[in-house]
Structures are given as structure tokens and as C-alpha cells.
Ligand binder design. Structure first.
Ligand SMILES: C[S@@+](CC[C@H](N)C(=O)[O-])C[C@H]1O[C@@H](n2cnc3c(N)ncnc32)[C@H](O)[C@@H]1O
Length: 282
């Protein structure tokens, strides 16, 4: 059973994701791809990575958005069609696929409902990409992917543990401990790597002869971004209290204090991520 993600949460984070991802690694991916690349997006959700990366690839391209959640994929097609129309691209809607006629060529987008625990449909692709996925998977899952991969991989926004709520609070430690434990919970793809994902990916692909580059892609959430800050505070407190029931009172006080700071524009949060680009051996 795969972990469920709310479309509203993916929409809230999209702007922060776009600001955080590494354009330099994306341009290196684009330079390594053929004239009309076929791109597979694993755990695509509502298509946020397509909206960021397709313009950087910047030529005719065919995407397959793969996800276990059919409702998110349906929303992805709607959101991509609206995004394209807002940019003046002609959109042809073929039900489970779109064709966007852009000044940089036609961009085709199809969807595939797939539980990545059982199938990772790599065949016929020129690149594999993902965003905010690899911290959900296990080390074994990454080793199996590395054994089958023959094309470039761009893995964006894997958490690396360099998180900070600023200013500090006395109950940051139990919240962090409970949150970390939850990051390691099995979300349907084996015991989750959480902040170990970037290092495990690097080692697994380097062992297969890939050249791996990485760059920080942190969320830097400023005090004015009240909606995102409040969501992160509530999310951290909820999972930490579930994991550390004996610390529930301290965690509740932490949440109340943090939400007061949000209301006064006194809280900032950094969430450490890394983007990784792996290019196959020649
Ligand atoms: C954190 S969200 C990221 C979504 C999207 N890549 C983005 O950046 O907005 C993780 C995504 O992985 C998908 N997912 C989780 N487990 C999965 C599985 N076992 N098989 C396929 N997709 C899965 C979820 O449905 C969700 O869309």
C-alpha cells in the first residue's frame, strides 16, 4: 500500500520546490538527452516536476507520469493543461494524455498508474526523473533501480537532514527525534531511507559506473510564508507526537509556540534537500 499525498499539499509546496531545485543539474541533464527525449517521472504526483523541467529541456519531448494514485494523475493532466493554456500553448486533450504545442516543439504528456513497489516501467525511456520521492524508498529499492538503469537519472529534492527551525526552541529535539523516526517508516517501498537517500543513491549508481553529481536544493521558507510554515509545524508535531507519545505534552507546547511565531512572522524554516544527477557510463 503506497503512502497517500494530498493534492493541496503538493500545490502548496510547488513554488518552494521550483525555487529550490538545481537548474544547473537540469541543464546538464537536458544536454545529455537526444533530440526528442522520452522522460519517465517516477512518483509524479500532480506534475510539478514536468512544469519545472520541460521548459529547461526546451525542445520536443514525451513524458510519462507514473504514480500509484490515479486521482493525483488525473489532477496532473488538469493542472498541466491549465498551466499550458495560461502560457498560450495550444492543448490537445486525448483523455489520458495531452499534447502541448509550444514554441519549443510539441510536449506530449501521458500518465501511467503504477505501484513502484512492483513495477518501475523503465523500458523505452531516455531519462528517468523524480522529485521528493527517494527519501520514501528503501536502500534495496535504489539498488534494484541502479541495476536496471541505463539512462540518465535526475533525482530532485531528496531530504538530507539539514533541517532548522529558527529561532531555536527547547522542544526542537524531541520533535526532530520523532520526525526522524517517522521518516524511516515503511511507506510501501520498504524501510524508508529518509535523509540517507542522497548518499545511498550516490553509492549505488557510482558502483554501476554512473557519474553522479549533486547540489543542495534546500527549501528556505521565510517568515512571510505563513501557510507553508504552519503546515510544516503541524505536520512535524503530528508525526512526532505519534512516534513519541510520552512527549506529547512538550510537543503540543512546541506546536502552540511555533504557530504563535508564524502569526507574528517570527519563524523561518530551512529543510535540507539534495538534487542528484547520474549519467550512465559511455
Ligand atoms: C512527496 S510526493 C511528490 C510528488 C511529485 N513528485 C512532486 O514533486 O510534487 C510523492 C509521490 O510519490 C507517490 N508514491 C508514493 N509511493 C508510491 C508507490 N509505491 N508507487 C508509485 N507512486 C508512489 C505519491 O503518490 C506521491 O505522488
Amino acid at each position: 500500500m503506497s503512502e497517500r499525498f494530498a493534492a493541496d499539499w503538493l500545490a502548496l509546496r510547488e513554488g518552494f520546490d521550483a525555487a529550490a531545485r538545481s537548474p544547473a543539474l537540469a541543464r546538464r541533464l537536458a544536454a545529455a538527452l537526444p533530440a526528442r527525449p522520452r522522460v519517465l517521472d517516477l512518483g509524479a504526483g500532480t506534475g510539478s516536476l514536468f512544469r519545472w523541467l520541460a521548459p529547461i529541456i526546451g525542445r520536443a519531448q514525451d513524458w510519462t507520469l507514473a504514480d500509484a494514485d490515479p486521482a493525483l494523475l488525473a489532477r496532473a493532466l488538469d493542472d498541466i493543461a491549465a498551466w499550458a493554456a495560461a502560457r498560450g500553448y495550444a492543448v490537445t486533450d486525448r483523455g489520458r494524455a495531452l499534447a502541448l504545442r509550444t514554441p519549443a516543439g510539441t510536449w506530449r504528456v501521458g500518465v501511467r498508474v503504477a505501484d513502484l513497489a512492483h513495477e518501475v516501467p523503465l523500458d523505452g525511456q531516455d531519462a528517468v526523473v523524480c522529485s521528493a520521492l527517494l527519501d520514501l524508498v528503501s536502500a534495496d529499492w535504489i539498488v534494484r533501480l541502479a541495476a536496471r538503469l541505463r539512462v540518465p537519472l535526475l533525482a530532485c529534492l531528496s531530504v538530507d537532514g539539514r533541517d532548522a527551525f529558527l529561532p531555536r526552541h527547547p522542544a526542537d529535539a524531541p520533535v526532530r527525534t520523532g520526525f526522524r523516526r517517522d521518516q524511516g517508516r515503511d511507506k510501501g517501498l520498504g524501510p524508508a531511507l529518509g535523509p540517507r537517500a542522497p548518499a545511498v543513491l550516490q553509492a549505488a549508481l557510482a558502483a554501476r559506473g554512473f557519474t553522479v553529481a549533486s547540489a543542495p536544493s534546500d527549501w528556505r521558507i521565510a517568515p512571510r510564508a505563513a501557510g507553508m510554515l504552519a503546515e510544516l509545524v503541524r505536520g512535524h508535531a503530528e508525526v512526532a507526537a505519534r512516534r513519541l507519545p510520552l512527549r506529547r505534552a512538550a510537543i503540543g507546547a512546541w506546536q502552540a509556540a511555533r504557530l504563535r511565531q508564524v502569526g507574528r512572522h517570527r519563524l523561518a524554516i530551512r529543510v535540507g534537500h539534495r538534487d542528484s544527477l547520474a549519467l550512465p557510463p559511455a
